[in-house]
Ligand binder design. Sequence first.
Ligand SMILES: *[C@@H]1O[C@H](CO)[C@@H](O)[C@H](O)[C@H]1NC(C)=O
Ligand SMILES: *[C@@H]1O[C@H](CO)[C@@H](O)[C@H](O)[C@H]1NC(C)=O
Ligand SMILES: *[C@@H]1O[C@H](CO)[C@@H](O)[C@H](O)[C@H]1NC(C)=O
Ligand SMILES: *[C@@H]1O[C@H](CO)[C@@H](O)[C@H](O)[C@H]1NC(C)=O
Ligand SMILES: *[C@@H]1O[C@H](CO)[C@@H](O)[C@H](O)[C@H]1NC(C)=O
Ligand SMILES: *[C@@H]1O[C@H](CO)[C@@H](O)[C@H](O)[C@H]1NC(C)=O
Length: 513
Amino acid sequence: MLLCATVACAVLLVTQVSEASITARGNVQKPNIIFILADDYGFNDIGYHGSQIKTPTLDQLAGEGVKLENYYVQPRCSPTRSQLMSGRYQIHTGLQHEILWRWQRAALPRNSPTIADKLKETGYSTHMIGKWHLGFYKEEYLPQNRGFDTFFGYLSCMEDYYRHTSGWLDNKHYYLDLRDNNGPVRTEDGHYSTHTFTERAENIISRHATNASSSSSPLFLYMAYQAVHWPLQVPEAYEKKYSFIKDEKRRKYAGMVDTLDEGVRNITRALRQAGMWENTILVFSTDNGGQVKQGGNNFPLRGWKGSLFEGGIRGVGFVSGGALETRGVVNRELIHVSDWFPTLVKGVAGGSLNGTLPLDGFNQWPTITGRDVPTARPYLLHNIDILYGKHGKKLYPHTWDTRVRAAIRVGDLKLITGQPDNGSWVKPPGDQSLPHGDVILSKDDKNKNVWLFNITADPTEHHDLSEKFPEHVRHMLDMILAINGTAVPPNYPRPDPASNPALHGGVWGPWVK
Ligand SMILES: *[C@@H]1O[C@H](CO)[C@@H](O)[C@H](O)[C@H]1NC(C)=O
Ligand SMILES: *[C@@H]1O[C@H](CO)[C@@H](O)[C@H](O)[C@H]1NC(C)=O
Ligand SMILES: *[C@@H]1O[C@H](CO)[C@@H](O)[C@H](O)[C@H]1NC(C)=O
Ligand SMILES: *[C@@H]1O[C@H](CO)[C@@H](O)[C@H](O)[C@H]1NC(C)=O
Ligand SMILES: *[C@@H]1O[C@H](CO)[C@@H](O)[C@H](O)[C@H]1NC(C)=O
Ligand SMILES: *[C@@H]1O[C@H](CO)[C@@H](O)[C@H](O)[C@H]1NC(C)=O
């Protein structure tokens, strides 16, 4: 295969399962759960995928644990976060279109508990740090009212790493978006957020270990880093290590990844110092593919953030931690971000899944910790977005309308309909180890609206099989149609002028009583 000269590509294809022991250790206490979510972190931006960016901490943790190499997230931020928190597809929460904008009266609905609600119910102390991005127009949608004992972080999708401000609709006025339970935090001006959030995590960990009334309970820490979403800002010392990268965006991004890697190292150090590491399960995940226009990279995958091609949705992810006995394993079973809800609540914490609306996630703990245990997931709906503009012609009668944006994975096969976004392959700029230019353009007709790929054989989506296997296409279109029958209407309201922070003390926050 032409494009398989890189390590990242080999990682996609080679099947390698080494010796593994089976279950989590028989600790008396439930394990601590540390969930680290990176933002816009690309498939080709982690050391063990052969990246030009070095990530010694992440490589080591992943190497000692289970690398998830058939792992999926959603193409954008709030969608992935909503599925992580609820265990439910976006089509079941009304969040199937784009993202939640900070001026919208919309949020992850309160009709089903969050993963934090459930872990709290089963005895965990629950803390969240970093990016929420699941709606905040009313007080009741803030993280501390969704199962977290404490929240320290920001509510919107992105902001300045030093000022902790994000812009109003006019893109001219910027307002503070950093708070803890008690309100706005004004002490961190000028402090880089990867440092701010890491220090907060170390603080939570040491306080948890020394506080007599909390140390008897296990800890759930949801660490949603701002890194490595744009704006491309990084302290000089970290960028300097990558002075050999000439492309400015890629160089800054590499420095941001370096800071993130150091932050994760500091968190694991804090857990060790607190004597908690041996009873900890650590999960690391990205929220979507890298943004190639802002330094990220997913090569050899096709497309990037926002896309239903693999570059938008095939995620970096691994499980590690002192309580994990399964070590040095590459797992190739189909696992999705919605699976963490039942996997962590039931599989890891031994809790009950009662009281939730029907989950779309599956408990994958036996698959992650076991030897040759197949995925618990029969198929994976990537998304259905009926608000996205229709594209091309309706190709098949009496089934799903191929003009509508959707994608589904069934076993090896993935079907995409509608307009999935730019499907070119983008290499890391200036990476001397790769031949040819930086971009390989897609040769698809611009009105094309159906693709069928065998992802197992062709993870880089070079060979569309839709004309070869029309019966597979029809079957998968029928599946999308049936699943669409369970969808709720998308909730995507117009901007609400009343959300303007200028009306609320210059700080982003709830504006509806
Ligand atoms: C100790 O933990 C309890 C229970 O989680 C909490 O209410 C209290 O505020 C904590 N004390 C300190 C000093 O953090
Ligand atoms: C990690 O800890 C070291 C001190 O050991 C500190 O210098 C560094 O800034 C910390 N990094 C982050 C990302 O918090
Ligand atoms: C689930 O069951 C537990 C134990 O039986 C109970 O304490 C809890 O309230 C239930 N949760 C919901 C959401 O029904
Ligand atoms: C797709 O993206 C590539 C890389 O940025 C760009 O060169 C190309 O023009 C884009 N194609 C379309 C149709 O937008
Ligand atoms: C997809 O490719 C794999 C690996 O080559 C092959 O084993 C499998 O049969 C193919 N699946 C389908 C449905 O064609
Ligand atoms: C899909 O479901 C939505 C309801 O969420 C409905 O409005 C729409 O008509 C359905 N689309 C198709 C093509 O059946």
